[in-house]
Design a protein around this ligand. Sequence first.
Ligand SMILES: Cc1cc2nc3c(=O)[nH]c(=O)nc-3n(C[C@H](O)[C@H](O)[C@H](O)COP(=O)(O)OP(=O)(O)OC[C@H]3O[C@@H](n4cnc5c(N)ncnc54)[C@H](O)[C@@H]3O)c2cc1C
Ligand code: FES
Length: 357
Amino acid sequence: MTASQTLKRLVAPLVDPAVYDFWAQKVHPTLSWDRCLARVVERHVEARDTVSLTLKPNGLFTGFQPGQHLNVTVEVNGVRLTRSYSPSDSLHKDGRIRLTIKAIAQGKVSQHLVHSCQIGDVVELGSAYGDMTLPEEPHAWLFVAAGSGITPIMSLLNTLTQKPLQQPASLIYWARTRADLCFSEALHKMTENDPLLKVHTVLTREPNRLENELDGHPRESLFRNLVPDLERRRIYACGPHGFVQSVESLLADKAALFQAEAFSPSPVVTTAGAPVNLFLSKSNISVQIPSGVPLLEALEAEGLKPAYGCRMGICNTCSCQKQLGTTTDTRNGNTFSEPGAVRLCINSANSDLTLEL
Ligand SMILES: Cc1cc2nc3c(=O)[nH]c(=O)nc-3n(C[C@H](O)[C@H](O)[C@H](O)COP(=O)(O)OP(=O)(O)OC[C@H]3O[C@@H](n4cnc5c(N)ncnc54)[C@H](O)[C@@H]3O)c2cc1C
Ligand code: FES
C-alpha cells in the first residue's frame, strides 16, 4: 500500500466523499475521493452517427484488458444514466482510453455521447468486465463483428498486431453500408503490415458495392469460403443479439473455440403472473409487482429508477442483495430462495420479496 493510500484509509472515516468531490472538482474536474472520473480529451467522427471519444481517467481507473467493456455514467437532462461501452483500442501508454459509440435512434446515452458530448466534459467509469480477452499463447483467430461489435474486436486486433502474428487471423465485419464502416484505414494498414491478417467486409444495404465487398447475412458457405480452416480457429463474435445468435448457430460447433457477446438485450418473452409484494428495505418503499417479469422492468413500471448497464446480466450494475423471497432467472427458469446477490435485469419475483435497495 502506498503512503497516500495509507493516509486515505486513515482519514476516510472523517471524509464525506460528496463534499470532498464538490471542493476537489473546483481544482480539477476529474478529482474525486472514490469515483473514477474521466475527461473527454479528443473527439473524432469515425463513421455515420459514430464517434470515437478519447478519455483521460483520474488515478482511480483500474485499467482494462483488450476485449473488455466499461460502464460509462453520464448525466443527461439532469438524470444519471449508465451504459456499457468497449474500448476500441489498447490502453494508451499515457493512460488514455478510446471509446467508439454509435448513436441509436432515440437512445438516451448514445445520442448524448455522439451529438452533445464535447471535449472537456467529464464522464464516470466503472471497472472493466468481460472475458473475451486474449490468452497468452498464440492461436489462429476468426473475429466476427457487426455494427458496434467491431469496438472490442478492434482493441483485440490492435493488441494482437503490435507484434507480427504467428498464426493467421481473419476479421469478417458486417455493416449496413460503406459509410457505416469504422476504422477502415487502420484495418487496411494492419493488413498491409501483416500478411497473416485478412479483413473482409460485408455490406447488407450498400447500393454500390465494390468488388472486394461482400453482401448478405451470415451463412456457412461465406465463412467456409473466406476461412477454409475454420476448425482450427478460435472465434470471437460480437454484435447485436440476433446477429450473434445466428453466427453462434452456424459456427459454435465447428471451431476450436467459440465465444460471443451481444450488445443488445435478447427479446426475452416473459409473462406477467400473479402480483407479489416487494419491499425495498433501504428506501422503505413497498410496491406490488407482477411475478414473472424482470425485477428491473417491474420497478421501472412503478416509476422507480434502479441503476442498470447492460440489461442482460453481464455487467452487474443492477445487482443488489435479496434479503427474503424466491426469484427466478428469466433466462433459464432456475429459482433461488437463499438470501444473496440478485441481478434485477435477469431475475423475476417468484414470491413476496425484500431487496436491499
Ligand atoms: C457489453 C456491451 C458493450 C457495448 N459496447 C458498445 C460500444 O462499444 N459502442 C456502442 O456504440 N455501443 C455499445 N454497447 C451498447 C450500449 O451499451 C447501449 O446499449 C447503446 O449505446 C444504446 O444506449 P442508449 O442509452 O442510447 O439507448 P436506450 O435509451 O437505452 O434505448 C433506446 C432504444 O434503443 C434500443 N437499444 C438499446 N440498446 C441497443 C443496441 N445496442 N442496439 C440496438 N438497439 C438498442 C432499446 O431497446 C430502445 O428501444 C454495448 C453494450 C454492451 C452490453
Ligand atoms: S444491468 Fe448489467 S447485469 Fe443487470
